[in-house]
Design a protein around this ligand. Structure first.
Ligand SMILES: [Zn+2]
Length: 461
């Protein structure tokens, strides 16, 4: 009975909030559409890699209930237009980033792991970034993953398989993407400089000769000037946001702010793709705190983009995802169906990747218990730690990697965190797409991700 009254009260509060939000959004939508001509000078596409509805929900609850503020991306939802988004490809219902980003970039269905190529695997398909460049706009790619990784690659390069990041690096510079920021320096450097290039070329030197400011840490990012920037802050992926404080890397929001400053100097406008690349990686490892922290870092970058769009109303801003990762669910704890345990998640001080890196491949139950206590602030039982050490998933999942005890750890932590995961791979869960500014009126109802290309193309032409 007590629970019933509480539920009723919660429902009334929620209903009131929904009515207020709807009223507000209808009001904002009217303002935006009346100011809209359908053509945009600038296009900003922000992609949360692996950002499904639960990744959004987890970050929303965390931001509102722990940090006491709303997500900036909600401003885009309320001020503009929102759609559900499907992302199936030419050959699969569940996609990966290359095909998903390629479909957004070109409007054509792609096959798994190809980078902006037709289904024959050898015919390049023109991307929205190439169209923008041909019209004299500036172009930028920013990510917390490698700059040659599938999502940024799909806008500026054409290769039969996403693993050919050495070619992607060359192509990104060859077509003259004005701003390139992220990780992945290894694909720009020759083997003699600890890179992966067997051709002996040093693309950082070549970029400098071509007029790029080449930078490598947060301080240099602040100081950088000019119209072209190549900022590569790590050899591989950049740090997870939860681990970033001990590095010299800039935040995604810092990179976004600098990118917009540089790109907006082009009088004709610009196209920019900004990716929260590590949401996906944290979710692959079933790391709830890591996922939420990278979602918040992505949201900070969206905040920078929103501020820019408000000052420059001739900007089409679109926020979406390539796919959902790992079937994240806010499932409540087993003892009381209280929902995601936000205060427990708040205690985490390291990513699962950092923790498993410290623990090694075959940690003892005791080491696991200590690592979880030290980094997650949770006291799991000896029995639970032994189950993690025995890592059933490692034996049952043929695709298991060296840190295969992480999914078992996530199952053990489920009663503590109230977050569940279906598996470790991507899912076909429908996504959100939302946008504001000229052209965003077409973001509504149910869309396929290929249609985002059409919306951006119509805005730029
Ligand atoms: Zn992924």
């Amino acid at each position: 009975m007590k629970r019933g009254r509480r539920t009723l009260r919660m429902s009334l509060v929620l209903a009131a909030a929904v009515v207020l939000a709807l009223g507000y959004s209808a009001c904002r939508a009217l303002q935006v559409s009346s100011a809209s001509s359908g053509k945009a000078k600038n296009i900003m596409l922000l992609v949360g890699d692996g950002m499904g509805p639960s990744q959004f929900g987890a970050a929303w609850f965390y931001s509102n209930r722990i940090l006491g503020r709303d997500l900036r991306m909600v401003e885009v939802m309320n001020a503009g237009h929102t759609a559900y988004l499907l992302n199936d490809t030419a050959d699969a219902i569940v996609t990966e980033s290359a095909a998903a980003a390629g479909q957004i970039a070109t409007g054509r269905r792609m096959t798994t792991a190809t980078v902006s190529m037709a289904a024959d695997g050898k015919t390049p398909v023109q991307t929205i970034m190439e169209i923008a460049k041909n019209k004299g706009l500036a172009a930028g790619l920013v990510t917390t993953a490698g700059i040659t990784d599938a999502t940024p690659a799909a806008f500026a390069a054409h290769v039969p398989h996403r693993s050919d990041e050495l070619s992607v690096a060359e192509q990104e510079l060859r077509i003259g993407v004005d701003v390139l920021m992220g990780g992945g320096k290894q694909f720009f450097l020759p083997e003699i400089s600890a890179g992966r290039r067997k051709d002996g070329r040093n693309l950082l030197d070549e970029a400098e000769a071509a007029g790029y400011a080449v930078i490598g840490d947060a301080e240099e990012l602040k100081a950088a000037t000019g119209l072209k920037i190549l900022g590569l802050f790590t050899m591989g992926d950049m740090a997870y946001e939860i681990d970033r404080a001990s590095t010299t890397e800039p935040s995604l929001a810092d990179m976004t702010a600098k990118a917009l400053t540089v790109l907006s100097r082009n009088p004709k406008g610009f196209f920019a793709m900004i990716e929260g690349g590590r949401i996906d990686h944290a979710a692959h490892r079933n790391d709830a705190a890591g996922t939420i922290r990278d979602m918040l870092a992505f949201d900070d970058a969206i905040g920078v983009a929103v501020d820019f769009a408000r000052k420059h109303p001739n900007t089409l801003l679109i926020v979406t995802a390539d796919h959902e990762t790992a079937g994240m669910a806010l499932c409540g704890t087993s003892e009381a169906n209280a929902g995601i345990a936000l205060t427990a998640i708040q205690k985490a001080n390291a990513s699962f990747e950092m923790i498993s890196g410290e623990l090694g491949r075959t940690p003892t139950a005791q080491a696991i218990q200590e690592g979880v206590r030290e980094h997650l602030g949770i006291q799991i039982t000896e029995d639970e730690a032994t189950r993690v050490a025995n890592a059933a998933v490692r034996k049952l999942d043929s695709g298991a990697d060296s840190y295969a005890y992480l999914p078992t750890l996530a199952v053990v932590l489920r009663p503590y965190l109230g977050v569940g995961w279906v598996g470790r791979g991507h899912t076909a869960c429908p996504l959100y797409a939302f946008g504001m500014g000229p052209g965003s009126e077409r973001i509504k109802g149910l869309l396929h991700n290929t249609q985002l290309f059409e919306i951006m193309k119509a805005a730029v032409e």
